[in-house]
Design a protein around this ligand. Sequence first.
Ligand SMILES: Nc1ncnc2c1ncn2[C@@H]1O[C@H](COP(=O)(O)OP(=O)(O)OP(=O)(O)O)[C@@H](O)[C@H]1O
Ligand SMILES: [Mg+2]
Length: 290
Amino acid sequence: MPLFRRIFLLNALVLIANARLLRVGLAPLHLLTRAMTTIDLLRPGQRPAVGGQGEVAELITTFNTMVDRLEEERAASSARVLSAQEAERRRVAQELHDEVGQTLTAVLLELERVAGQAPPGLREEMRQVQETTRAGLDEVRRIARRLRPGVLDELGLASALKSLATDFGAPGLSVRHRLDADLPPLDREAEVVLYRVAQEGLTNVARHARARHAEIVLRRTHTGVELYVRDDGHGTGDAAEGAGIRGMRERALLVGAGLALVPGPGGGTEVRLTVPVPTPVHDPDRNGRS
Ligand SMILES: Nc1ncnc2c1ncn2[C@@H]1O[C@H](COP(=O)(O)OP(=O)(O)OP(=O)(O)O)[C@@H](O)[C@H]1O
Ligand SMILES: [Mg+2]
């Protein structure tokens, strides 16, 4: 083989080897670029694997540390916003109940008194005014209940979910509930998260699913509790997540829970919230004495 051909072949081999080395060396950077474009702070824990040499590995480690910090900050600010939102809802509900509710009740009582003395020709009109006032009072109470699930404070999560399912009035939709009786003790924050996710889940069923049946299931698992909100509607398709679903994700993060939206077992959509319940720490000092 002539010399110039040998040199040419040698050069080509060196070039191919270099290109391969470069591809292997850049692979971790490709993973990093993909992570940068896809990472979502509401789905924590996704990290590119640290690979490559020297500065490449250092870059990925620094990126991962930055995402750790951003996730922590995001969780802390969500917690502040959501607890301020709950407090504000509680305040508005209280005022609706105490101010508007009391005033309407007084008006209703007064109307009843006046109706008793009204000339017969006016009685029917008075009765209609009473009906309208009563409907207004019911509406105010319903809004106050939705804003602040008082029953959650008074009777606990199971009763609050039952009344959410029972009171959920959407035309053509029937809502069932199946709630385990032996739920583990949950703290107040976890209960509010479970309730609000069930509420948004059902609201979505009523607004988007065109379903005939929906179901709320709350069951005990070996790590905590699981909530399902299922429907037999047409499914989410490729609809983008809006403020409602992102709000559910933020709430789930508050209590270390996982949230998934998947196709339901019988069609439709299933919202699944998995809430871990820490097992009580065994404290020999406390448990030894009574
Ligand atoms: N149960 C469901 N069945 C069918 N589609 C659903 C269901 N739940 C959600 N979707 C789809 O997902 C989208 C996003 O829901 P999301 O709750 O985030 O926003 P939204 O309900 O449109 O508005 P909002 O911010 O007021 O809740 C909806 O617009 C809808 O297309
Ligand atoms: Mg919604």
